[in-house]
Design a protein around this ligand. Structure first.
Ligand code: VGL
Ligand code: ZN
Length: 236
């Protein structure tokens, strides 16, 4: 009798350990970052990042379908700027896109081409919207940029953390655009908020190789798990 109990606990232990190596169950959700027309070459976006062609979008769609099949909820962030947003170079006399400026409070702000203007075609999410359970919009305040899906640079939070916590989510699987800006910031804030974070490398695209490389290092160093590609088998 004792021996049976011992074997049972050993088997249970092995199952638990195998479980820890995976991400899965109802406590796992997808956070899809800014897969929007303006960030993709597929849609001739104003701020299109490299390799964001239709095959990339198809790969994101396929991965998202597989994760939904596993029962995961899909949350999508959407960059959603007013026309007079401070991150647009066009709103700063004599400044050019991709130039960095110093703000009055000493922070650095990269200026961008006008992108993801609220209700414009460029702001549209470009994978089937039926794959998405909830959209979280960000960057709505003209005075602050918001790379993170969780909060803007002024510290104002979005509803993302509460939505995830309310669903009992403990682990988020993150992918999208751009690796070095919105993916990086969302991953870092997700970790700070106490989520276990997995980032899927080949489902992300970055603005520039050097900043993307740094972003991967930072995300890993801060505790994110980097998966080179999505293996649905690793997700229960
Ligand atoms: C993003 C630059 C400006 C992003 C958003 O989605 O990474 N990058 N706004
Ligand atoms: Zn933006």
């Amino acid at each position: 009798m004792r021996k049976k109990l011992l074997w049972l606990s050993i088997i249970l232990g092995i199952c638990l350990m195998a479980g820890f190596a995976q991400a899965g169950g109802p406590n796992v959700a997808v956070v899809l970052v800014d897969v929007q027309a303006d960030f993709t070459t597929a849609h001739k976006g104003s701020l299109a990042v490299a390799d964001s062609d239709q095959p990339y979008l198809d790969k994101v769609t396929q991965a998202t379908k597989e994760l939904r099949k596993k029962g995961l909820q899909v949350f999508a962030t959407q960059d959603w700027h007013p026309k007079d947003h401070m991150s647009f170079a066009a709103n700063h006399q004599g400044k050019k896109p991709f130039q960095a400026i110093k703000l009055a409070d000493g922070r650095t702000q990269v200026l961008w081409p006008t992108h993801c203007v609220q209700n414009s075609s460029g702001s549209a999410i470009v994978i089937e919207t039926s794959l998405i359970d909830q959209v979280v919009q960000k960057g709505k305040d003209p005075s602050y940029d918001s790379y993170s899906g969780f909060k803007d640079d002024g510290g104002k939070v979005t509803e993302l953390k509460d939505l995830l916590k309310k669903q009992g989510v403990e682990t988020i699987i993150v992918y999208g655009i751009a690796t070095d800006y919105c993916v990086r910031a969302t991953v870092v804030d997700g970790l700070t908020a106490g989520f276990k974070v997995v980032v899927v490398q080949d489902l992300c695209r970055g603005v520039a190789p050097d900043t993307s490389k740094k972003a991967w290092q930072e995300m890993e160093q801060k505790g994110a798990l980097i998966w080179e590609s999505l293996d649905p088998e690793k997700v229960k």
